[in-house]
Structures are given as structure tokens and as C-alpha cells.
Design a protein around this ligand. Sequence first.
Ligand SMILES: NC(=O)C1=CN([C@@H]2O[C@H](COP(=O)(O)OP(=O)(O)OC[C@H]3O[C@@H](n4cnc5c(N)ncnc54)[C@H](OP(=O)(O)O)[C@@H]3O)[C@@H](O)[C@H]2O)C=CC1
Ligand SMILES: CC(C)CCC[C@@H](C)[C@H]1CC=C2C3=C(CC[C@@]21C)[C@@]1(C)CC[C@H](O)C[C@@H]1CC3
Length: 418
Amino acid sequence: TMAPQGSQAPLEFGGPLGAAALLLLLPATMFHLLLVARSGPARLLGPPPYLPGPEELWSPRALLLWLTWLSLQVALYLLPARKVAEGQELKDKSRLCYPINGFQALVLTALLVGLGVSVGLPLRALPEMLLPLAFVATLTAFIFSLFLYMKALVAPASALAPGGNSGNPIYDFFLGRELNPRIYSFDFKYFCELRPGLISWVLINLALLAQEAELRGSPSLAMWLVNGFQLLYVGDALWHEEAVLTTMDITHDGFGFMLAFGDLAWVPFTYSLQAQFLLYHPQSLGLPMASVICLINAIGYYIFRGANSQKNTFRKNPSDPRVAGLETIPTATGRKLLVSGWWGMVRHPNYLGDLIMALAWSLPCGVSHLLPYFYLLYFTALLVHREARDEQQCLQKYGLAWHEYCQRVPYRIVPYIY
Ligand SMILES: NC(=O)C1=CN([C@@H]2O[C@H](COP(=O)(O)OP(=O)(O)OC[C@H]3O[C@@H](n4cnc5c(N)ncnc54)[C@H](OP(=O)(O)O)[C@@H]3O)[C@@H](O)[C@H]2O)C=CC1
Ligand SMILES: CC(C)CCC[C@@H](C)[C@H]1CC=C2C3=C(CC[C@@]21C)[C@@]1(C)CC[C@H](O)C[C@@H]1CC3
């Protein structure tokens, strides 16, 4: 059967009006941040320093660079993988296969960029191209989402996501209609979720570091920390690429503008905000403060990785000796919920670790400006909203057992606070 319209799933993100607002607000925020980061006052709140004209946004060179980048990442995705993993079971009881070669793509990209730089590729020119690159990435996300929307019109009903099929075109365009859009075995959502965005994020960071070295003789300690912390985060995500197969983005959400724009434009151009800020607003950071910030990042990473690995190990094999001793609650589905270890501390310990790391990424930028703390603020809002969505889905999946879990572990993200 063909795709039905008007599914009864409750509307999220404020319905069609919220989706329409976000459709404009997200790109506007991204351009605001890009413009403000390079301006003298660097005021997060307040008007942008100026409005860029078309000649500043449109550049055929940026288009060419962006398309080359996407093609390179597609080519790396298609290379033989060290492993092919199966995704979660779908509505029709089948499972899709996914190549696990994201970390390999990161390493090969690094080698290619290193090779390019050694033969004169001007990495330092990238910071000057951020505005036209962000423009072309946004344009790509819009066009790509239109394609995805149309593709869903001819997809079978079983291929559609639970949300994103309300019948309202703006809402459905934003949320995404098809769960796992593919052409042959090429999975668009899985490809976009990690590679082009995360890898270009660290590449932009590196270019900002190189530009700082050119301008000031050597990169600042603050720039090194931001680069190091975020590279660790991206490397970790790609190393544990398989874990993305159980996230709600892959198992529940359709692929529409929200994820396409989020993955392709929002991640590289706003997650690199701290490094952008540091290039234009150098900060002096002493070794003692730098050590404290490293410690904060290490604590955050320890919680984040510990919690994610504990859950992944438990879901793969509950009798694995590393998790077999943990206390659990049985659920009607046959799956159990952990109630001790990291998942007995709060219901989303991984979010807590992630937020602590977000703080460590902003602190090297000092406390004179709010701008570098944008990521922390946005990310808190994103995770609070995401946690609420996940709770809703877990309540549906596990019913009474989930209530019991909430009683035994009353806090969501921060112990004794939230
Ligand atoms: N930097 C960024 O922009 C973003 C980062 N992230 C990070 O990505 C990672 C993945 O996050 P996310 O996709 O939200 O999902 P989570 O990894 O938090 O997974 C949630 C799922 O875990 C399972 N679960 C929940 N509680 C328990 C328990 N007590 N015992 C066993 N299983 C449990 C449930 O699924 P089930 O029972 O079906 O297994 C639930 O749906 C996180 O570390 C997050 O911080 C996420 C979004 C954006
Ligand atoms: C632009 C919107 C406000 C929302 C966009 C959301 C996306 C940017 C994020 C949705 C889920 C994400 C995940 C990650 C990055 C950000 C997006 C794509 C990770 C890959 C980050 C690294 C972690 O280790 C895993 C994350 C999975 C979810």
C-alpha cells in the first residue's frame, strides 16, 4: 500500500506552527551566530552586526568545495567496512544492514587532508568561507528534504515513521516522513547522522586553529583545548558508530528537514562556534585553569562513555560479566531495565556527562561573553526536550515497569536537581 496521510500520532515541536517557526528560526540562528562570532562585541543577544548581501552568501567555490566534500564522504561510506551491523527490528519484522566504517572515514579524511596540506591546500582559507559554505549547506538541506518528502509519497506505508505523516505538508516536511530512506543499500539518514557533519565540524575547528597559528604565531592554549575536546567527542562517536542504530533518530524519527539541516549545516557551523569565537577573540588561559577545564571534560567524558557503554553492553548481552551483577527490573516486553550502576543514578546519566563536557568546551573562552555558552544553553534545551520524548516512548514500550523505574530512580538528568 502507498503512504497514508493524516496519521494519529500526537504532534510534536508545537505542531505545524512550531515546525514552520523552526524552519526559519534554525537557519536564522545559525547565520546570526556565524556573523556575531566574528564581530567585535560578539553579542549573542541583540541584532547581528550587519546583514550579509548575496555576494557574501553565494560563492561557486563554496558550492564546489561542499559538493566535493559530500562526494568524498559518500565514497568513504561505500568503501568496504570492518563490520556490517543489523539495525533494530522494523514494523515488517525485517532488519536493515549498516556498514560500520565511520571511524575509518575519519582517519582516511585526516590522511587526505594532511596530504592536501602538504602539497599546498590552503586549510587556513576555510574560516573565510564559513558563511558561503553554511549557505550552500542550508540550501542542500532544503533541496534534499524536498527530495525526501517526495520520495516518501511513493514509499510503502510500512516504510513511514510514526510521526511526520500528519498530512500537514510543513510539519511533515520538517519532521520527515520516511523512517529509513534508501537508494539500494545507501541509507541517507544513517550516512548524514554522523559523517559529513561531525567530520566537517572538526575540520573547521582545525582550520580555525591553523588560521590562529598564522595570525598569532602559534595556536592558543584555549584553541588547543577546544580542538582536543571536540575531536575526542567526534572520534568517540565514530568509533562507537554502531550505537547510533539504537538512537531515536534512527529508530523513531523520519528523515526530514530537522535532521537533514541539523546533520549537514547546524552541527558543523554552530558546534564549531567556540573555535570561531576564539579566532576573533583570543583568550589568555593559564595552565592551572586549563588543568581544571581538562578535569571537567574528563569527568564528563567518563560519565558519558561509562553510561553509554554500560547500556550498550547490557542490551547486547545482559549476562556479560561487566553488567551481569547490576540490578534490573523486568518488563512485559522481555527486555530488562537497569536500576543500578550509571542508570540507577539518574534516568539519563549519558546526558549529564554530555552536558558537563559542553561546559568544558565553553570555559576556555572565558566568562566575558555569553556567545561561547550558546552550545551549552541550546544543548540543555535539546536534551531536556529529548529526554521528555524518550520518556514518552519508554512509557509506551514498558508501561508499569517504566513507572517503577521512575519511582526507583526519581531524577532525570541531574541528581537531586532535575
Ligand atoms: N551532541 C549532540 O548534539 C547530541 C548528543 N546526543 C548524545 O547521544 C547519546 C545517545 O542519546 P539518545 O539517542 O538520546 O538515547 P539514549 O542513549 O539515552 O537511549 C535511550 C534509550 O535507552 C534505553 N534505556 C533507558 N533507560 C534504560 C535503563 N535504565 N536500562 C536499560 N536501557 C535503558 C531505552 O531504550 P531501549 O529500552 O529500547 O533500549 C531508551 O529509549 C547520548 O549520550 C546523548 O548525550 C544526543 C543528541 C544530540
Ligand atoms: C537543528 C535541530 C535543533 C536539531 C538537530 C539535531 C541534531 C543536530 C542532533 C540529533 C541527534 C544527534 C546526535 C548526535 C549529533 C547531533 C545530532 C545529529 C551525535 C552523533 C553526537 C555524538 C554522540 O556520541 C552520538 C550522537 C547521536 C545523536
